[in-house]
Ligand binder design. Structure first.
Ligand code: ZN
Length: 106
C-alpha cells in the first residue's frame, strides 16, 4: 500500500495506475539497442524503473524472446553510464597508435 503521487489516494502495490485519478504509478523508461556484427538481430533492452531505483537489462534474441536479464541498482547503473561515457574509441590509448596526428599534443 502506498499513496498516489498525483492525488494521495491509497493504492495496492500491484496497481500500475491509480484507481482514483488514473495517474501512472510506475515510472518505467524503456530503450532498445540493436546488436551488431554476428549479433545483429539480437537486442539489448534497458528498462529504467525511476520509482523503484533500479535498471533492468535483458538480452533478446532474433525471435523476440528474452534470453537473459539482470537488474542493477541506480548506483551501479550510474557506474555503467560513467564507464560508457569514457574515452571514445577514436581517442582510446592504443587505438591512436599509428595515427597520423596524435591526440592531446603532449
Ligand atoms: Zn491518484
Amino acid at each position: 500500500m502506498h499513496a498516489c503521487r498525483q492525488c494521495g489516494g491509497s493504492i495496492e502495490a500491484p496497481f500500475r495506475y491509480c484507481p482514483w485519478c488514473a495517474a501512472p504509478q510506475r515510472a518505467k523508461l524503456v530503450e532498445f539497442f540493436a546488436g551488431t556484427g554476428t549479433e545483429a538481430g539480437k537486442a539489448l533492452r534497458v528498462s529504467r524503473y525511476t520509482e523503484e531505483g533500479h535498471v533492468r537489462f535483458s538480452v533478446w534474441n532474433e525471435s523476440g524472446v528474452a534470453e537473459a536479464a539482470v537488474s542493477v541498482d541506480d548506483e551501479a547503473a550510474l557506474q555503467l553510464a560513467g564507464f560508457l561515457r569514457g574515452p571514445s574509441p577514436a581517442t582510446r590509448p592504443g587505438r591512436a597508435r599509428g595515427a597520423a596526428r596524435p591526440a592531446g599534443g603532449r
